[in-house]
Design a protein around this ligand. Structure first.
Ligand SMILES: Nc1nc2c(c(=O)[nH]1)N[C@H]1C(S)=C(S)[C@@H](COP(=O)(O)OP(=O)(O)OC[C@H]3O[C@@H](n4cnc5c(=O)[nH]c(N)nc54)[C@H](O)[C@@H]3O)O[C@H]1N2
Ligand SMILES: Nc1nc2c(c(=O)[nH]1)N[C@H]1C(S)=C(S)[C@@H](COP(=O)(O)OP(=O)(O)OC[C@H]3O[C@@H](n4cnc5c(=O)[nH]c(N)nc54)[C@H](O)[C@@H]3O)O[C@H]1N2
Ligand SMILES: [Mo]
Length: 764
């Protein structure tokens, strides 16, 4: 079986002229305010824009589907965020993708449109089926859709031939039911977007401090002396974090930005709301920018650790009482030479010592990071190096200090807490089984990369996706496409059209669901759901807009209906969704830390989940201590004229959803097929801006190719380049993953840049 004839698995480029402007030096401000209003008005109209933008992150409103950064003022005023507004406007679009739309375009024709165009068509309004051998989606009833899925499940002799993916917008209630359904069926095959995202943080922190989550609250930012922002672009991806950084800075904190790019948000920031107070100045955020080479963070951490030791900036009491592995770590770092550190990090000893001194003087430091650390071969190791640095000074479990992995999707952390995990712990399963009267399978399930391999081997009959865009978010687009087309039935629970609806199994279903912004009415009346933010606070979310179509269903209802249709168990699944309090009552029994869930989540601002390092400076590791974990530096050498490529987000996208074609802060407009490159690397080759190249990636003797990219000179270290994902995912090798977390190395892809049509010596 192959991809339906003529279907494009990769987005065709939008044929727009590339306009290059000077990168911006100030983030947010009036342009951001205008941009979000315009996005809103263009997509939802004026009245709906005002209604939506004033109910986001309010006590009675919905949780912003943008990112997982906590809201300081959940109970007071609306915190303005340009990209949050875009996410909301994008979801609140009209229902343009209706049965008539699907009868107009075949899947082949749709696949000739770009990802930007697909998303722009509006919300999906009805359940649709793409029958085996057909090229047009047809309308199907909810009942028939469930019957089809359950007959697929029943025809399969082995529950492990079904795979259940989750993207991170799914509420706690839906996610809990979903994992209960999969485990009742007999499989732990629950890959999720976290496998491609903060899995390295979860693994690294779990081993080091006994919990796979961060240890700070938002309030800690008010007491920090130093904040490290490593491998993260908050101006675009977590704009509300800039407010916390600005406030911390006003209270005297120093900010150190570690990034191969001078990301605009960290250079200067102008709070949009300050314009209303007639204050027009902008504020510098980062005190120091350490422009590491891609993959140079481990070397930098060794350098910073050396400086702390030399200056004796150590919390000896804490180290002695609460940690293990200190001596080993000390010897390991001592054996790394400064020469090696300078070479691998691309920074000078002088720069590192300067940063080291700032850290050494700090009584309370916070380390924040995101994809710049996790999506590397040594993602788990480098996070543990950051952890080592923080443990040295006792910067864990005290006010103003701690570890802060900044999560992406707005409920990715909650989904994991309530059981979306292919490798559940025994203690989690024991409690779940007892509370729910099931016997969960103990064998671990597949993660994202393993799921693709299993599909390619023909071992998957049903692939069910709770949200997301599996085809375009995963590495190695053509390998994933090959896998997906070998599945018998693929099912997408979705709000918007994307390429995963076009490259499908033999038969495909689209089940359209309510979004965060919409009113959810079940038998007992209007419902709310709950989510967990990046700092472990669980709170309510309730949409206020009329659903775009009366044929949409809520995610909890979809899971419950499917379970009730496919399982022969005694549970009254439909009764559970008549009133979501029923689900939460079951969750109270089944999950650690969720006692009296229904009461506590109704409190203003919700409640905090237990976090031993933060709550009591205790560590749930085998010996009860925080672990210094030592690692050799990774080998970051690459052959002569090759480049290391990182795949990053532009300012106008949400993962695979392309809102528009501008990367305003970086000054790139109208075209996404670009390569950011160091000007000296360009002159060496005699290339000018807009020169067209083909990119070939190299991994273990294999090559992958993507043609036709325009070069832009940019402030990026020599030997490094950057491209936008998902366009560049075709170049990310499926087997190139981080040790232990199996996260695709989306920030470390070794590439050659070639003249158009030129072949690479390593290509077959
Ligand atoms: N508007 C918007 N918001 C989003 C998203 C979105 O797409 N759009 N996505 C959401 C999701 S799911 C996530 S996970 C987060 C992602 O948030 P980020 O992690 O900020 O997203 P990326 O664009 O992947 O940016 C990675 C940053 O790491 C840097 N970097 C790359 N390699 C290295 C390295 O080796 N070392 C260091 N020190 N830095 C490096 C890059 O220059 C870039 O600044 O954002 C969430 N929020
Ligand atoms: N090369 C490269 N690849 C990457 C990354 C990278 O940095 N570089 N980042 C990785 C990361 S961090 C992540 S998190 C993944 C993201 O992977 P995914 O989560 O799979 O992808 P998204 O693009 O966020 O999914 C968008 C789709 O979700 C659906 N959707 C939106 N809201 C809802 C909702 O409320 N309910 C339901 N059911 N569906 C909804 C819409 O149909 C939309 O088209 O991508 C990863 N891929
Ligand atoms: Mo993510």
């Amino acid at each position: 079986m192959s991809v339906r004839k003529g279907v494009h698995a990769i987005t065709p480029p939008d044929d727009n002229y590339l306009k290059i402007k000077k990168p911006k030096s100030i983030a947010a401000g009036i342009p951001a305010a205008t941009s979000s209003m315009l996005h809103g008005i263009k997509k939802m109209g004026v009245t709906k824009t005002i209604k939506t933008l004033t109910t986001v992150n309010q006590p009675t409103g919905f949780d912003c589907p943008g990112c997982a950064w906590p809201d300081p003022e959940h109970s007071t005023t609306f915190e303005f965020c340009e990209n949050g507004a875009k996410a909301v406007a994008d979801e609140a679009m009209k229902g343009g993708v209706n049965p008539k739309f699907f009868s107009k375009y075949s899947v082949q024709e749709l696949s000739e449109k770009s990802d930007y165009w697909l998303n722009k068509q509006g919300r999906i309004t009805s359940p649709m089926i793409l029958p085996k051998g057909k090229n047009f989606y047809e309308q199907i009833s909810w009942d028939d859709a469930f019957n089809l899925i359950s007959s697929r499940i029943k025809d399969s002799d082995n529950p492990d031939r079904s795979v259940f993916y989750t993207s991170g917008r799914t509420s706690n209630e839906a996610a809990f039911l979903y994992q209960l359904f999969a485990r009742s069926l007999g499989t732990n095959n629950m890959p999720d977007c976290s496998n491609m995202c903060h899995e390295s943080s979860g693994r690294g922190l779990g081993e080091a401090i006994g919990i796979g989550k961060g240890t700070v609250t938002l309030d800690d930012f008010n007491y920090a002396d130093v904040i490290l922002v490593i491998g993260q672009n908050p101006g675009t991806n977590h704009p509300r974090m800039l407010t916390a950084l600005r406030d911390a800075k006003r209270k005297g904190a120093k900010i150190i930005h570690v990034n191969p790019l001078p990301e605009t948000g960290l250079v200067r920031f102008k709070h949009p709301q300050d314009y209303m107070k007639l204050s027009f100045g902008s504020e510098q955020l980062a005190d120091l920018h350490l422009q590491v080479k891609i993959g140079g963070d481990a070397a930098l951490m060794h350098g910073l650790t050396k400086v702390q030791i030399e200056l004796d900036a150590l919390d000896h009491d804490f180290i002695k009482k609460s940690t293990d592995g200190f001596e080993l770590m000390l010897n390991n770092v001592a054996s790394t030479s400064w020469k090696n550190i300078e070479q691998d990090s691309g920074l000078t000893r002088f720069q590192i010592e300067k940063a080291g001194r700032i850290l050494a003087q700090s009584k309370a430091s916070i380390a924040c990071w995101a994809m710049g650390l996790t999506q590397h071969r040594n993602g788990v190791a480098v996070i543990q190096e950051v952890c080592n640095l923080m443990l040295l000074g006792g910067h864990v479990g005290k006010q103003g200090a701690g570890l802060c992995p900044v999560r992406g999707h707005s409920n990715v952390q909650g989904d994991r807490t309530v059981g979306i995990w292919e490798r559940p712990s025994e203690s989690f399963l024991v409690r779940l089984d007892e509370a729910c009267g099931i016997v969960s399978p103990r064998e671990h399930g597949v993660d994202v990369v393993e799921a693709i391999k299993q599909m390619r081997a023909g071992d998957v009959d049903l692939f069910f996706c709770m949200g997301g865009n599996f085809l375009s978010a995963t590495p190695d687009t053509l390998a994933t496409a090959d896998g997906l087309t070998k599945v018998k039935l693929t099912v997408q629970v979705s709000t918007k059209l994307n390429r995963s609806h076009l490259v499908t199994g033999e038969t495909a279903l689209i089940l359209p669901c309510l979004g965060r912004t919409e009113i959810d009415i079940q038998k007992s009346g209007e419902q709310f759901v709950t989510v967990e933010n990046s700092m472990g606070i669980v709170h309510m979310s309730q949409g206020g807009l009329k659903p775009v179509s009366n044929n949409l269903r809520s995610e909890p209802w979809i899971v419950a209906s499917l379970a009730s249709n496919s399982l022969d168990d005694k549970r009254d699944w439909l009764q559970l969704v008549e009133n979501y309090d029923n689900i939460r009552d079951l969750m109270s029994k089944a999950l650690h830390g969720f006692d009296n869930y229904n009461d506590r989540v109704r409190q203003d601002n919700g409640f905090a989940l237990p976090n031993p390092p933060r709550d009591s400076r205790s560590f749930n590791t085998p010996n009860g201590k925080a672990q210094f974990v030592s690692h050799e530096l990774p080998d970051v050498k690459i052959d002569g004229d090759k480049f290391v490529m990182m795949t990053i987000r532009s300012h106008d996208q949400y993962n695979t959803t392309i809102y528009d074609l501008h990367d305003r802060y970086r000054g790139v407009h109208g075209n996404r097929r670009v390569v950011l490159m160091n000007a000296s690397d360009m002159t060496d080759r005699g290339w000018k801006t807009r020169h067209i190249v083909d990119i070939v990636s190299h991994f273990e003797g294999e090559t992958r190719r993507a043609d036709g990219w325009q070069i832009i000179a940019y402030d990026i270290p020599r030997g490094n380049i950057a491209t936008y994902f998902p366009e560049s995912n075709v170049l990310v090798p499926l087997d190139s993953t981080a040790a232990k977390s199996n996260t695709p190395t989306s920030k470390w892809i070794v590439c050659s840049l070639l003249e158009p049509g030129q072949s690479d010596s390593e290509e077959e």
